[in-house]
Design a protein around this ligand. Sequence first.
Ligand code: ATP
Ligand code: MG
Length: 252
Amino acid sequence: MIHIPKDHPRYQSLVTRERIVDGVESGITSVTGLIAQGRGEAFDYLIGECTTPSARAAERIAAAMLLLARTPVISVNGNAAALVPGELVELSILLDAPLEVNLFYRTEERVLKIIEHLKAHGARHVLGADPDASIPGLSSERGRVCSEGIYSADVVFVPLEDGDRCEALVAMGKLIIAVDLNPLSRTARCATVPVIDNITRALPNIIDSVRELKGQPEVYLQEIVEGYNNKKGLDAALETICNNLMEHSRSQ
Ligand code: ATP
Ligand code: MG
């Protein structure tokens, strides 16, 4: 990784970008992952590169939903593996939920590299090498899943999801928690709980909330989940973006 001075005003964003570049170079992330990251950066810029109060609330609700789940699964793609491998493993251990590698641009080699990468960060068992089931109505490679993982999960955590698969998973009756900086994407619109935040901030926050809520009675967790409204979360993100733009234009 190239050296980025800590006092650079956009240090965090540049470090994140470099992690994706490293992921591409080591074969974990696909080249198109760079484009997805660029799109995410643009929305993060508009959101203010910080976790908004509404995103933080969605992260706590996501934690409660994952704790209530009977068979939660954490789906991992090449960008997520490059950006937050340690946090994905930590979440999986805290929830006792399997990690499952699921790629749009799937190659056996990349799946195995991601599994090795997650194991190097402490993961014990990672699914995804031998998918034996299909998500109905999804023809892309992302439709291939494991019957003991995503296929039978009741709640799926899908950071950086593709809209098609999010829709197909919701159609299967699953509860979907997505992390996506774009409040206009199909993923954010169809997820049960869209978390409009950078995955590098969202994962540590969700982990903190899981630690806070673990051991709380089910009724308490259910109250948190029931208070959620997908549309309100998306509207709050759009409002933040509009306000930031207005402020920029006033300060010109
Ligand atoms: P959709 O398929 O949901 O309509 P899309 O086709 O616009 O969305 P994809 O390329 O499928 O987008 O997925 C990339 C998504 O991930 C983008 O919406 C982008 O904003 C988001 N994204 C990229 N990097 C990050 C990140 N670090 N944290 C959170 N979200 C991110
Ligand atoms: Mg897409």
